[in-house]
Every structure is written in structure tokens, then in C-alpha cells.
Design a binder for this molecule. Structure first.
Ligand SMILES: [Zn+2]
Length: 81
């Protein structure tokens, strides 16, 4: 885990414990993929939309994953056959 990603979490979620910061990065962002700037943008959006509520941020991320997967099912799966 690079310091730039941890710094981004610290900046936007100053109250998280180190363990909570790892949970946020792994479960609610594209980490460990993507550039640190992308991860910081996701961390910042989640902080704003959840009002820094970690449980709510994780649910937002789950919902967006499900929603994205629905798009793949209906539109893109046909290309895989
Ligand atoms: Zn990083």
C-alpha cells in the first residue's frame, strides 16, 4: 500500500483508524488498481456522499458495483458469447 493512498485517506477521512483506512481502500475504491489520483478522487467523493460514515460509504460502493455489473449483464455479456 503506497503512502500516497494512505495520505489521501488521512486527508479526507482524518478520524479513521489504520484498520478502517485499509477497509475503505480495499472495499470501497479500486485500490490496489488505478493511480493514486483516481483513488484519492474516490475517497473524496465517498467522504462527501457518506458524510464520513464508513458503513454508509461501503454500502454506496457495493451499490455502485452491483449497478455497474447490471450494465455489463444487459449490454456487454452478449459480446462474450
Ligand atoms: Zn497507492
Amino acid at each position: 500500500m503506497c503512502q500516497q493512498c494512505l495520505d489521501a485517506v488521512q486527508k479526507h477521512w482524518p478520524d479513521l483508524t489504520p484498520s478502517e483506512a485499509h477497509t475503505l481502500l480495499w472495499e470501497a475504491t479500486c485500490f490496489p488498481f488505478g493511480r493514486p489520483e483516481q483513488i484519492e478522487a474516490q475517497v473524496e467523493i465517498l467522504a462527501r456522499r457518506s458524510r464520513r460514515n464508513l458503513g454508509f460509504a461501503l454500502r454506496i460502493a457495493d451499490w455502485e458495483t452491483d449497478y455497474g455489473m447490471q450494465g455489463i449483464t444487459t449490454e456487454r455479456m452478449s459480446g462474450c458469447r
